[in-house]
Design a protein around this ligand. Structure first.
Ligand SMILES: [Zn+2]
Length: 312
């Protein structure tokens, strides 16, 4: 019988390193072996690290990080890495706990972990944990890029100048990206600036670019959707005559479809479900060759889709 993946994960990640070591491998020159949790984090590491890094990623394109359960092969990827970068702020659910509890075993850095809490949103109205989806505000994601730069330079001082130069060029590119999408998003009329998605990933986007943002599910996809929540969302869509809602590449769309049926029946309003090739990239990049294969590509794709669907 094949053991359940959860049981495997405990066996795999719960004991000492697979090379008989309790700590990370010694680093004696490039390439720096880096293991990242999400594709979004890996993209920043590749941009800053350039030729000096070899990047491996645990969660591939389209994978939901909130509910991710480690594979047996993840242990080797973590144990073999000189550095581990993860997003942090509890995005990675169970994996984040693992990094917190095993600080000596891996050199693990949470790229969003050092962002000034005053700049962060709460995960819900009652406060509590922070919303982890910081990459949807391009200005905020720059802090993560700086954390990557500092993490790489700390392990590999001879490469520090390279990391600083790569990061500086990339941060400049992100400023240009931010200015560009601001211009595009400004064309969406004020009364149509409502962004409805499968889960609450776009809070920072809404704050940065002036949209009311509503997710069917909460900040984590691990939460259940109650009937009250569905009815509340249907009412908002019906009352505001919202023209379109958006599916996400890393979240199933059946929940949103059910809400749109309710809106049709109860409010006589037809809402467009934007999906397929136009689904928004939320917690994972797209595969190689797709428009969302890089972080700037993902941002441009999302903004293009949002502007097209909500403009008159
Ligand atoms: Zn999410």
């Amino acid at each position: 019988m094949i053991p359940h993946r959860c049981v495997l994960a405990c066996l795999v990640l719960g004991s000492v390193g697979c090379n008989g070591r309790d700590g990370p491998p010694a680093f004696d020159g490039p390439p720096v072996r880096v293991t990242c949790t999400t594709t979004i984090v890996a993209d920043a590491v590749q941009r800053v690290g350039g030729d000096r890094v070899r990047v491996d990623t645990l969660m591939g394109p389209g994978v939901d990080p909130h509910k991710y359960i480690p594979f047996p092969s993840d242990r080797r990827k973590l144990d073999d890495a000189h550095l581990v970068f993860y997003s942090g702020l509890h995005l990675e659910g169970k994996m984040a706990d693992l990094f917190e509890k095993n600080k000596d075993r891996w050199r693990a850095h949470a790229v969003a972990g050092g962002i000034d809490p005053a700049k962060l949103l709460n995960a819900d109205a009652d406060g509590g944990e922070h919303d982890p989806h910081v990459w949807f505000d391009v200005q905020l994601w720059k802090y993560a890029v700086e954390a990557v730069r500092d993490g790489l330079a700390g392990l590999d001082p001879p490469g520090a100048d390279t990391y600083r130069a790569n990061a500086a060029a990339y941060l400049k590119e992100l400023d240009a990206l931010d200015a560009d999408i601001r211009k595009q998003l400004a064309t969406v009329p004020a009364d149509r600036r409502v962004l409805v998605t499968s889960h609450d990933a776009f809070g920072y986007f809404g704050r940065a670019y002036g949209f009311e943002v509503v997710g069917l599910q909460g900040v984590s996809t691990a939460s259940e959707v109650g009937t009250a929540r569905r009815a509340e969302l249907a009412k908002l869509l019906g009352d505001k005559r919202v023209p379109a809602v958006f599916t996400e590449t890393s979240v199933p769309d059946d929940g949103l479809k059910a809400v749109l049926d309710d809106v049709r029946k109860s409010y006589g309003h037809e809402v467009k479900l934007v999906g397929g090739d136009d689904a928004l990239y939320s917690d994972a990049l797209g595969g190689p060759g797709s428009p969302g294969a890089t972080y700037p590509g993902m941002v441009r794709h999302n903004v293009g889709v949002i502007v097209a669907a909500l403009s008159r």
